[in-house]
Design a protein around this ligand. Sequence first.
Ligand code: NAP
Length: 257
Amino acid sequence: MKTIGFVGGGRIVRIMLAAWAKANAMPVRVVVSDADEQVLSRLKQQFPSIETAGADNLKPAAQDVVIVAVHPPVLKAALGPLAPAIKPDAIVLSLASTFTIAALSGMLGGFARIARMIPNAASVAGAGCNPLAFAAALGAADRDALATLLAPLGACPVVPEEKLECYAVVTAMSLTFFWYQMAQLAAVGRATGMSAHEARDAVARMAQGAGAVFADEALSEDDILDLIPVKPFAAMEAQMAEAYRTTLSAMFEKIKP
Ligand SMILES: NC(=O)c1ccc[n+]([C@@H]2O[C@H](COP(=O)([O-])OP(=O)(O)OC[C@H]3O[C@@H](n4cnc5c(N)ncnc54)[C@H](OP(=O)(O)O)[C@@H]3O)[C@@H](O)[C@H]2O)c1
């Protein structure tokens, strides 16, 4: 059984711990550090089996799998001092965009046993899409061990490292506006007479069905868009397409290595 260290204990750590708890797959030892003591005490309240380490990042860094869960702007400063604490046979898993395996290895004094994952928040329900990329130094047994550890989060497809930032925009960031739209739709449901439960359930089922249809590549995207003749947002579609193109392309340009 591998022990897990989280450097940073914010939202994505809560999401991963919730996925493991839901699957009855909580690792036997989880050590979490964070700059914010309140974040740690909330996490400990929700997941009493974890150990918190205050702001001492060296404690999680000494575990078998070291998961780097801080934002890219602070990553370099957080990671550099950890190199001496990392065990030679540990695996470092970074959840951040922008910093390549080569860059992370450079920050860790040449440590090579590194993987990267772009998690998505649907992992909280075990239904995430969390693309993974491995350094060449990780062998089949290491890759299998990570895949087993991460399976409760949902799908973890192995992708070429240079595609991770594409996924960051398409699968991770997108939930921010998809869930917003789903909440708006549920509000319309409530306003038109549904109970809160009926509205949530109806929107969730609609989204599941929409996903199933989109996954069927026998239908072209045009075929799918033509399944319904009515287009209530037709006048706004060009504006919506422009918003996707400009906002998300700019985001991609900002996060790509
Ligand atoms: N949430 C998602 O769905 C998602 C999806 C894809 C990727 N990710 C990636 O996951 C990483 C973490 O994101 P998050 O959503 O968990 O963000 P978050 O909720 O803001 O958590 C980050 C935590 O790290 C703490 N921190 C900052 N500097 C630190 C340091 N030097 N040492 C230890 N802890 C430090 C922060 O404390 P302060 O607030 O006091 O600075 C904060 O509590 C990011 O790289 C993000 O891009 C997240």
